[in-house]
Design a protein around this ligand. Structure first.
Ligand SMILES: [Zn+2]
Length: 684
């Protein structure tokens, strides 16, 4: 996948010079000084609300909380606070989005619209002109023009981070009505939309390299293949005289010709006898024992000598000192104390937060699931990292929740989602990745995280009063992911995709050898199936109208008959036609069909990016073993409240209207649902 974000850091240099040419270094310097001035005197634009009501609304957004698991843990007495809330208030299933993927689902919640309205259809979209995949929620663009000066490339104007979600967020409407609000780490809000209150961006926020997170693993072990792995990089090093010299890898330096990657050197002195090493990076020196994590270390990457630099931070983990050297370095995160890209409103808020609550992961998906999948971290090591992520979130929560006195407080927790993805295989003996030994160690990991969330709820319940409404909700539920369905391989085998003469199906390179002039449909993303449509795709061959409609009908019917010969089960239980289920102006820009997999099945790892593994169906042996990118009716989320939920089948699209109704604000005409506290069909 293309790294969608080479730069944008120069934005910091000329944030207020947008569009004006930067002619020389003094301009850059002036811009930098101006930026510093703004950063030092941040607070000016907090508007004072006009709203003086008593009503309060607390929303805990728990990504991936599954109703079946929640019921089980409540029945076992593991979640007393949820049990109390469910018995005294309401507990309903919450209809998720089509497809049930977090960026889509949270966008439904944020805007009250479906994907046709907010334009987020999947984690991954494609450019129909180039067929190149890209991340759907945000884009970081380098400046369009630059001037060459020797080996330097001086940007004209600034790069930018662009939020790709469309539609108005519920807190923008609250702002218009003067209702105070704060929104922490909600997905699909990077860069954060302008807001009166405090917001912190969440899922969709890149690391400093502009990716969703790229770890580095330094080792002298020749059995670790050097090079890129998904979500990381294995970097071979040599131990000489008990010392390792290597480079931290930063963002692309768009100030230099060819945008080479910016690096900063560090060294590691390994104790020849003890399993201990001392790391020196910039002006920092610290000692790690084997199996120990560092706290956050600030790193400055120099892009232009003296005044063009960008700050990030990372954590080091000494996996092994002897006999092999193994050092994990986390993705370089945007430093909240000095963010290279906007991650909060007001802009100064992330710095104040880091001063009060300590440093924290700013990258959207902080749990390093990729390092576990790549075998760089083992279950225990990943679990330590994932616990740190939750501990940081709880620290921020503990800091902010007591300050909440009026309006809306939204707080997002990622832990149940990511850890259900990674540890399903250890609580389900039917999973092909199940291992009794590992299960004995960490089979209760998912339960542990559920119990942590119960403790958070335990902090909230005593604060509820007659004026306060609580919503605890999830964007979708969860299911096992036993087997992969390689949609593109199936399309190839069934003649919908054709390869060039003599070309072979390649599982690794997107669309390798595809003959678009003879291809009628293709799969991209976790649930998306597209017609190769004339006038839309650059080499589209299917005529819009009757031909396209007939193809859509044929694909839907055929996919619903696919059986897994191994288990005898239907692989696909539902296929939605986009134009039948979406409303809104973007309905035609996403997939034409949404493939809904049966519980236990999901699109395979390589098919989602346009690859063709040899088999249509295969076991999923990746530690990523639970999932929800399935038939949306099989993985509903949860909705709990201290008040009586009147709606029998509330949906994510009802939440924005619910929030507004709590403050007497009418929903906007684009919003699909209605307040869950009103009986269905009653006037909004
Ligand atoms: Zn998930």
């Amino acid at each position: 996948m293309k790294s969608n974000a080479s730069s944008g850091y120069e934005e910091r240099l000329n944030d207020d010079d947008r569009g004006k040419p930067v002619k020389n270094f003094s301009w850059v310097l002036a811009g930098l000084l101006l930026f510093c001035a703004i950063a030092l005197f941040p607070s000016c634009q907090r508007a004072s609300g006009i709203w003086h009501g008593e009503q309060k609304l607390i929303i805990l957004g728990i990504d991936g909380m599954d109703p079946q698991l929640l019921r089980q843990f409540m029945a076992e007495g593991k979640m007393p606070n949820f049990s109390q809330l469910a018995s005294q208030g309401s507990f309903r299933l919450l209809t998720t989005s089509i497809p049930p993927q977090s960026p889509v689902a949270w966008s439904n919640l944020i805007t009250g619209m479906d994907a046709g309205g907010h334009g987020i259809f999947d984690f991954i979209h494609r450019d129909p002109k180039t067929m190149e995949p890209f991340f759907s929620a945000s884009q970081v663009k380098p400046p369009k023009h630059a001037i060459h000066l020797g080996n330097w490339l001086i940007p004209l104007g600034s790069g930018s981070a662009e939020q790709l979600r469309k539609g108005t967020a519920f807190w923008e409407i609250l702002d218009q009505h003067g209702v105070p609000n704060s929104v922490f780490r909600i997905p699909a809000n990077f860069p954060p939309v302008p807001a009166q209150g405090e917001t912190l961006s969440g899922m969709g926020t890149p690391d400093l390299r502009g990716t969703y997170g790229t770890f580095s693993f330094y080792t002298d072990d020749p059995s670790s293949a050097a090079g890129a792995v998904e979500g990381g990089q294995i970097i071979p090093v040599q131990v000489e005289n008990s010392e390792v010299k290597a480079n931290l890898i930063g963002p692309d330096n768009t100030f230099r010709k060819g945008s080479p990657v910016a690096t900063e050197p560090f060294s590691v002195a390994i104790d020849p006898l003890e399993p201990v090493a001392r790391i020196a990076v910039q002006d920092q020196r610290f000692v790690l024992r084997e199996g120990e994590w560092s706290d956050w270390k600030r790193i400055e990457f120099q892009l232009i000598p003296f005044f063009g630099n960008v700050k990030g931070m990372c954590r080091f983990y000494l996996k092994q000192a002897h006999p092999r050297f193994q050092l994990y370095v986390s993705p370089i995160n945007i430093d909240p104390a000095d963010p290279a890209l906007p991650i909060s409103t007001p802009a100064s808020y992330s710095r104040l937060l880091s001063e009060e609550a300590g440093e924290f992961y700013t990258q959207g998906i902080a749990e390093d699931t990729k390092a576990l999948s790549a075998g760089v971290l083992d279950d225990n090591e990943y679990l330590q990292q994932a616990r740190t992520v939750l501990a940081e979130h709880r620290r921020i929560f503990d800091m902010e929740f007591p300050k909440f006195h009026q309006g809306v407080f939204f707080f997002y927790f990622s832990s149940l989602d990511l850890n259900s993805h990674m540890f399903w295989r250890l609580m389900d003996a039917n999973h092909p990745g199940y291992n009794a030994g590992l299960a004995a160690q960490n089979g209760l990991a998912i339960q542990e995280f559920y119990q942590q969330i119960d403790l958070v709820l335990g902090e909230v319940l005593p604060k509820l009063d007659a004026q306060t409404t609580l919503l605890v909700l999830s964007d979708h539920g969860f299911a096992p992911y036993y087997r992969s369905f390689n949609l593109n391989t199936w399309l190839l085998n069934n003649g919908y995709i054709r390869l060039k003469k003599g070309g072979i199906a390649d599982s690794n390179e997107p669309w390798a050898n595809v003959d678009w002039s003879q291809t009628r449909a293709y799969g991209l993303g976790l649930n998306g199936l597209y017609v190769n449509l004339g006038g839309r795709e650059s080499n589209g061959i299917v005529e819009p109208g009757a031909a396209s409609d007939a193809l859509i009908k044929e694909l839907k019917e055929k996919l619903l008959t696919v059986k897994d010969p191994q288990a005898g089960l239907s692989v696909i239980t539902r296929v939605d036609v986009a134009r039948e289920v979406y409303r809104g102006p973007y309905s035609n820009s996403g997939p034409d069909l949404l493939v809904g997999y049966n519980r236990g099945y999901r699109a395979g790892w390589k098919t989602i990016l346009g690859g063709f593994p040899p088999e249509v169906l295969e076991d999923n042996l990746n530690p990523w073993s639970g999932d929800h990118c399935m038939d949306y009716t099989l993985v509903p989320g949860v909705l709990l409240s201290n008040r009586t939920v009147q709606a029998d089948t509330p949906a994510l699209t009802d939440i924005a209207p619910t929030i507004l109704a709590e403050f007497g604000i009418a929903k906007s005409k684009d919003m699909i649902g209605q307040s869950v506290f009103q009986p269905k069909g009653s006037a909004p």
